[in-house]
Design a protein around this ligand. Sequence first.
Ligand SMILES: [Zn+2]
Length: 83
Amino acid sequence: MPFTPPVAAAVRKSHPFVLCYTCLAKSLALTEPDVRSAAQQLMLNGFTTQLRACSTCMRTDKLLVLTPDGESQTLGETSPLLP
Ligand SMILES: [Zn+2]
């Protein structure tokens, strides 16, 4: 699953906005099937799918988002401003 790290990083980076598989693929210079297969792996690791609108192209689809667990991990990594 070589594409999971960049896809996971892109989803975390865009949170709380979500990107569709097409826009994720474009931003990472991957193909959409690559992103979808990475998403399948990530669904077992802190990510899930929700019916959301892509923040770039506004298309509504079942998109890869962080689970509350994955979200708290992200907050832990990116909240240096909190005491
Ligand atoms: Zn999109």
